[in-house]
Design a protein around this ligand. Structure first.
Ligand SMILES: NC(=O)c1ccc[n+]([C@@H]2O[C@H](COP(=O)([O-])OP(=O)(O)OC[C@H]3O[C@@H](n4cnc5c(N)ncnc54)[C@H](O)[C@@H]3O)[C@@H](O)[C@H]2O)c1
Length: 356
């Protein structure tokens, strides 16, 4: 690898942005140069922890800094406009999921990416996880029959994510990670049908927290292979719902055996691959011992490793979450919302083509 340091600038240094800075700071190929945010206290924290220069706007940061890479972790409605500015400034980009709440914007950015020679990576870090590697190896494409997954959650900690108009809802904001893994493991989706409800999170008490969103979501998918899938998710539960109080009855509890509030099952002929996000994959095969694989490290670290190498070598094939592919995951989430709104089955290709 070359000795050139990549100059990183961070756009949005809230909860996830600071996490990106912490991970980026572990790589000797990276130099943390600058951060921009509209919140002074976030900028102070970024400056005091990582010694970066700080800016109140992206425009100013791009004008004053010489950067190679932008890491965008702002509220979702800002993702596409900020990515377009960074592409125009000639930067490679790590863009947090979800890409956008608006399919037209998703396609505008696709066009811009295809016309540029820059790398735009989308933050679906689970694709780089060592346990997902094991799941992918185990999948039997010829008999893959069903994918089923759930994301059991509560009112989001981050306030703007509570709003349908900013966060887009569970299928767009969080369960999109499961939709992306479903695509990674089971192939492309042909059509989706979804139903959403506000029931279960529509009281005065809920509204007083600033919550204005659907409470629960069910999405049925048909894959091009003929396999079927279902992802369901909710904001109607409470923190730590599956972590029972009062101990584990003497059983040894570790990350691999604990029930997970976020799970994806892949069913093939006489084999179940169960991903307990993010800690473990268990593979059940007829007549065999259960195979358990546990997470070795935060997959975002592996995502950075691949991204840095790809930027230095300009080899895009090292990446599993290039924008040119990841936009299709975004399309499934947005098609699900369209289906839940109109009551109709949405054919994915037709949905994407409408915005071309
Ligand atoms: N990949 C993952 O697992 C993962 C995990 C958490 C969050 N995320 C994603 O990261 C993004 C940020 O989420 P978060 O939880 O960190 O939210 P957050 O609210 O904690 O952080 C967003 C930051 O952006 C700043 N901001 C707002 N407007 C800005 C502007 N015009 N210019 C620059 N900064 C601006 C805010 O002040 C805030 O500090 C979201 O897209 C979220 O979905 C991804």
């Amino acid at each position: 690898m070359s000795s050139k340091k990549l100059r990183f600038g961070f756009v949005g240094v809230g909860r996830r942005g600071l996490n990106h800075m912490q991970i980026a700071s572990q790589f000797e190929e990276v130099s943390l140069e600058a951060a921009c945010d509209i919140d002074e206290s976030r900028l102070k924290e970024a400056a005091s922890t990582y010694g970066v220069r700080t800016y109140k706007s992206l425009d100013e940061m791009l004008e004053k800094e010489k950067l190679d890479v932008a890491v965008i972790s702002t509220p979702t409605p800002l993702h596409v406009p900020q990515s377009l500015k960074c592409l125009e400034a000639g930067l490679d980009i790590i863009l947090e999921k979800p890409i956008s709440l608006d399919m037209r914007e998703v396609m505008d950015l696709l066009k811009a990416v295809e016309e540029s020679d820059r790398i735009l990576l989308v933050g679906f870090q689970s694709r780089y996880s060592n346990v997902i590697d094991k799941a992918k190896e185990a999948v039997d494409e010829n008999t893959l029959s069903m994918v089923a997954g759930y994301w059991y959650w509560t009112i989001p900690i981050v306030k703007w994510i509570r709003l349908r108009s900013q966060g887009g809802g569970q299928m767009v904001d969080q369960a999109i990670h499961l939709i992306d893994l479903a695509r990674y493991l089971a192939g492309e989706v042909e059509s989706v049908y979804a139903v959403y409800t506000e029931r279960g999170r529509d009281t005065e008490e809920d509204r007083a927290t600033g919550f204005d969103n659907w409470a629960s979501y069910v999405v049925a998918m048909k894959f091009r292979s003929g396999a079927v899938g279902c992802i369901y998710s909710t904001y109607a539960l409470y923190p730590g719902v599956l972590r029972a109080k009062g101990g584990s009855g003497g059983a040894v509890e570790d990350k691999a055996t604990r029930e997970s509030a976020v799970t994806l099952d892949v069913v093939c002929r006489e084999m179940l691959i169960r991903y307990a996000h993010p800690a473990a994959v268990r593979i059940y095969r007829k007549g065999k011992e259960v195979e358990v694989h546990t997470l070795a490290r935060d997959p975002t670290i592996d995502m950075y490793k691949a991204f840095i190498e790809a930027v230095l070598t300009r080899d895009k094939s090292l990446l599993r979450t290039l924008y040119e592919d990841s936009y299709k995951t975004m399309a499934i989430s947005l098609a699900a919302t369209e289906s839940a709104t109109t009551g109709k089955v949405v054919n994915l290709e037709e949905f994407i083509n409408k915005y071309k």
